[in-house]
Design a protein. Sequence first.
Length: 178
Amino acid sequence: MKACVTFDTRYGNTEKVAEALRAGLEESGIQTVCTNLKYLDIGSLGQYDLICVGGPTQYRTASSNMQEFLESVVAVKLSGKLAFAFDTRRDSLLAGSAAKYIEARLRNQGLIMINQSASAIIVSSGPERKKGEFRDKDDWKEWRHQNEKLRGGEEEKFKQFGASIGMTLVSSPETSRP
């Protein structure tokens, strides 16, 4: 069985989650590739039994890079493949969810979700600052890059998700070929 974990990331947090998911899948015996979506050959997705897609939640939905990626994936015949969607986001009802957007788009393309989408929570680790306290947009972005990190335990949680999904696939190989 083969899996692809592909992701978009802005500050590196989603990449950490994707790598943890990959580690869990490999732990259960699933051959797994993990790559940033900007380096992925979209045509190669057809060779995988499981396609995991994740990205940061931006403006309550998936990033523009992720939305473009999901639009381009339509050209590849993926109907019937298994999928899993994930995101990174703040722990707030107002935050929205890239994972729910990703999951809906994958379902619309005929992929079968092996598990409900999941989120890794981002927290601020630095001193609180108000938006008006930043010199400019770059100063704000740099602060976020340095101070917004995954909540403790999120990487381990996604490694366990990967192991659980992998064990499901390994113990029921017929699930991989609906």
